[in-house]
Ligand binder design. Sequence first.
Ligand SMILES: NC(=O)c1ccc[n+]([C@@H]2O[C@H](COP(=O)([O-])OP(=O)(O)OC[C@H]3O[C@@H](n4cnc5c(N)ncnc54)[C@H](O)[C@@H]3O)[C@@H](O)[C@H]2O)c1
Length: 395
Amino acid sequence: MQNKKIKIGIVGISFGMEFVPIYQKHPHVDSVAIADLNSTLLSVCAEKFCIPESDCYMDLDEMLNDTSIDAIHICTPPSSHAELSVKALNAGRHCGCTIPMGMSIDELYEVISARKKSGKNYMFLETTVFGREFFYIQEMYKKGELGKIQYMTCAHYQDMEGWPEYWEGFPPLMHPTHAVGPCLLLLDKTPASVYGIGSGRVRDSLKEKYHCPFSFESAFIELTDSDVIIEMERFLYEVSRSYQECFRVYGNQKSFEWQQLSDENPVLYERTGGIQQELIDIDGDPNRFSRGSEIMEKRIVVPDYGYRLPEEIAFFTTETVYNDKNQHLSFKQGGGHGGSHPHMIHEFIMSIIEERKPIIDDIKGAYWTAAGICAHLSAMEGGKKMVIPAFDKMK
Ligand SMILES: NC(=O)c1ccc[n+]([C@@H]2O[C@H](COP(=O)([O-])OP(=O)(O)OC[C@H]3O[C@@H](n4cnc5c(N)ncnc54)[C@H](O)[C@@H]3O)[C@@H](O)[C@H]2O)c1
């Protein structure tokens, strides 16, 4: 790092390409290097963003030879995440990794152990906790407007037909963080245990890689030091429902429900504490009609939070690298991930510059990912309660 500016290396530039211009414009980034096994993609990205050939690599090993690179952003397929994260950390680089953090509990431990030995930062790059809806509800919660939270539900619905072959038959809850991340961060509690259940069946060819028969998986998560339960559900194959990453938060004063369709607005409910006045006025008998609180309901427009960012990157909350001609599937289906990308990149960079832990560090990333891995294991065992490992107690 020189003059509080860092050099970033992005590994995997399919979805990863989305982040190149955000880093390039960030006031604390000096330059960006890229790596991908696909040389055509490498040339396209280099040309589009004026990256010199000397900063283009075929893989992480080559990239790590450039000692001026301070931090690595991993955006390769899921089964490589833990291995590449460990490699980057062992090479003394800060590491940010897209979802999922790893494919097994052992892999989560390996990343934590490497982060501890390295003394560098690890950030789990979950987009949903940097989206507008999460910022909006977090603001309300911090002001006390929701009151006491009683229950939360979350879901990630996505039809993965046609995605790269490594996704085929992926167990739905094995990578749950687009759904559960916002719920866990809102309360800032760790998941303690989980019961999962599988529903429906996928076609036989989808069972070959991961041996998961279920089309849908649902789970209930118990939290440490909290009476709140989180319900989470996810499907990836053979369900007729359009894309959504969503959460619902039920408080005793206000509740938030994500919109059913992507072109609608979310709903906010407010329990006023009064009784249903209209019924009393009509009938004139309060004793008969004072059943149930008065609940106000309204659709709300969630604001954009670009103003929280340095002005050089604020416009990325509404603009992306992808456009009508160049559509990454997750963007087409996910509606731009709620303007999350520049917020997430800003947090990764500033945690390094300010020498502090990122908001989603390895321990949080491991808890969130493990909640899903354990839910899937529970579903495979008919709903047996699974205790989530205490990652924060790891020596
Ligand atoms: N909202 C989100 O957070 C979000 C959205 C989309 C994708 N993702 C994650 O991003 C990752 C990549 O997704 P994608 O859709 O771009 O996948 P993809 O298969 O389209 O692209 C992966 C790229 O990585 C390259 N690659 C693979 N192994 C490599 C290695 N060892 N070294 C260098 N390059 C390598 C491939 O050549 C390819 O270009 C996935 O893990 C996915 O879960 C996250």
